[in-house]
Design a protein around this ligand. Sequence first.
Ligand code: URA
Length: 212
Amino acid sequence: MTGETNLEERRAALEAIANEIRQCEQCPLYSARTNAVPGVGRVDADIMFIGEAPGYHEDQQGLPFVGASGKYLGELLSLIGLSRTDVFITNVVKCRPPGNRDPLPAEIDTCVPAYLQRQIDIIRPKLVATLGRFSMALFFDKNARISKIHGQPRRADGRIYYPLFHPAAVLRNPNLRPVMEQDIKRMLDLIKEIEKGGIEDEPPPPKQLSLF
Ligand code: URA
């Protein structure tokens, strides 16, 4: 089988998932959506960005990060010479929570194995950049605080997980801009590390010695 055929198969598999998402009624979010938002970008992207959930504009257009946060994400990508078409962009949940409320645990627990996990398995990104705490919580310690661990890569599953602030949080708090931009620029070094080959999984953190 040639690489191209394989790429075609992966593209078809990703599109099949997108169609499932557009018809999904597995959680109550479907009833209020205008459009589901499966995600957009390259099937063979090295970098995958995972946000939280579609907002108003994303729900209207069926595309992720097309509002103010998306415009800023585009600016951040341009800092490292990339554009939206070079990466894959999606969200933890694929339908807009009413009034932009936080996605509920049951919605996340339904949507992630049904769709996000399968998208990751097909795209096989070398670097997964999480945008905001909901996405971060899927791959990092649930109690971790984004203000503490942003910009600190974790190597696991043969790839790098990289926690970033959510662009909307940075737009709300301009003091975070230099921090966010530094974190994004550091991705260049991480990508070089990946390209040199071999991402070794980190050993799990040492078990705390019992004092008793
Ligand atoms: N915020 C998100 O988390 N995702 C989007 O797609 C848009 C805004």
